[in-house]
Design a protein around this ligand. Sequence first.
Ligand SMILES: Cc1cc2nc3c(=O)[nH]c(=O)nc-3n(C[C@H](O)[C@H](O)[C@H](O)COP(=O)(O)OP(=O)(O)OC[C@H]3O[C@@H](n4cnc5c(N)ncnc54)[C@H](O)[C@@H]3O)c2cc1C
Length: 519
Amino acid sequence: MAPRQRQSDLQVVWFKRDLRVEDHRALAGAAARGPVLPLYIAEPDYWRQPDASGRQWSFAAESLSELRGALAGLGQPLVIRAGDAVQVLAGIDAALGMAALWSHQETGNAWTYARDRKVEAWCRGRGIPWHQPRQGGVVRRLGSRDGWARNWDRFMAEPPIPPPAALAPLSGLTPGALPEAADLGLAGDPCPERQRGGRAAGRERLTSFLDHRGQRYRRAMSSPTSAFETCSRLSPHLAWGTLSIREVAQATRARQRAMKAAPSGHQAGREAWRGALSSFSGRLHWHCHFMQKLEDQPSLESEPLHSAYVGLRPEEPDRARLEAWSRGETGLPFVDACMRALRATGWLNFRMRAMLMAVASYHLWLDWRAPGLHLARVFTDYEPGIHWPQVQMQSGTTGINTVRIYNPVKQGLDQDPEGRFTRRWLPELRDLPDAHLHHPWTWEESGSLLDKAYPALIVDHLAAAKAARQKVWALRGSAAYRAEATRIQARHGSRRSGIPRTGRRRKAAADKRQLALEV
Ligand SMILES: Cc1cc2nc3c(=O)[nH]c(=O)nc-3n(C[C@H](O)[C@H](O)[C@H](O)COP(=O)(O)OP(=O)(O)OC[C@H]3O[C@@H](n4cnc5c(N)ncnc54)[C@H](O)[C@@H]3O)c2cc1C
């Protein structure tokens, strides 16, 4: 339907996962057209989804409260309404008239995708244009992955968009209260060491990372003894948009340039910084690279990417195993310490996230969906577009990635050799001698500990890993399997600098994909 002429020139800016006024294309675009009503809709149905949690809402609420202040500073504070998005928008349209709706594109879960389709239908029915600029490297309706990385570089190099100079105050509008978690139907979710939301906290994490915390990033990111301090910890800020990925990419580039320009000898640890910033910058690409997968194929949240894995593991998970894993009570100390740290902080480094998922998938032989939902809830930084492709990758169901079966005892010995991290989160193992910490069943006095203060092993992890490897391996040989894997690679695989793999490089990559590694 052609947009009909509307009486009002009111521009509604719907804040979603972009809780800032800086580098906000939707806000800037709306402000250039007319008076702006900045809106956040707290949707109880969203917060009732199995991947949502109280810790995520607490982070969002802190960020919203800061956003409200920033918008008030511009002249028109944030308006908050609770309810169904279409009903809230229809109410505003009925009361004030709406000339246009603005929001950033969202690569969300199946629920937000369905909600956006309803909003789209409502807008179309009312003849209201809905402008949806993108806020990162994800491209909607992408035809081909070729050239994607170049496109990312171009987008990140564009100047960030300044906030509007001022917003005209609107009359006759109550600002609306920020709902409590319980108002949204959320259960209590204690997370005593959760990161604080809001842009100020995000800016502090960015500045301190680029100024000093990041120097040992490359070497220290893999161990949970150092990663909490050495990784950027920007993930919840990127997930909730208190920082834009472009401003993070540009701050990183500026730091790289300044380091290059500094006379040698004036930059302590230049080599370490060079490596750190290059690795970090690569991960900012990955952020969007993974999200692009879910954008292109929303079924990734619920169906294995490679069809050979449909039904490989029982769809109805073994509840006792799932519970033990989720609570950090598997009897594998390093796994349990990681899970308990995650529950208490809402964050874990990449390697340990991958190990937790691999243990659930291979050693405990659980279908990836239920453990994936548990991890989504305990991550403050839950980002569906990164999360579900990563969950599938670590469970070996993509068909295009190396199968990594982490040995949880070896990981403990490698990443926490002195046991500081493990003992912090498992105080019941405080007195266990160092030599037995990561495999307490080898201790001659383990009878006084196991199944008393600390659980005995719930599976023989070595035998379970071997059985899993054989089952996964058995699927990978057929020509049909490989043909499908090639199609998946063409659709979702990364292209270096946008150039598809050819010849020897393609063969080397294909050989690598066939490997099942024990790490
Ligand atoms: C099973 C599993 C689930 C995950 N789920 C999420 C999730 O829901 N949300 C999320 O943000 N990350 C997720 N990750 C990716 C990664 O573990 C986190 O991004 C990272 O640990 C966040 O910490 P940081 O901000 O200090 O990261 P840094 O190492 O400082 O990296 C900076 C940013 O780069 C991006 N990034 C880093 N590593 C990756 C990666 N491997 N893939 C994609 N982007 C990356 C993130 O946006 C991150 O904030 C998951 C990883 C696994 C194995």
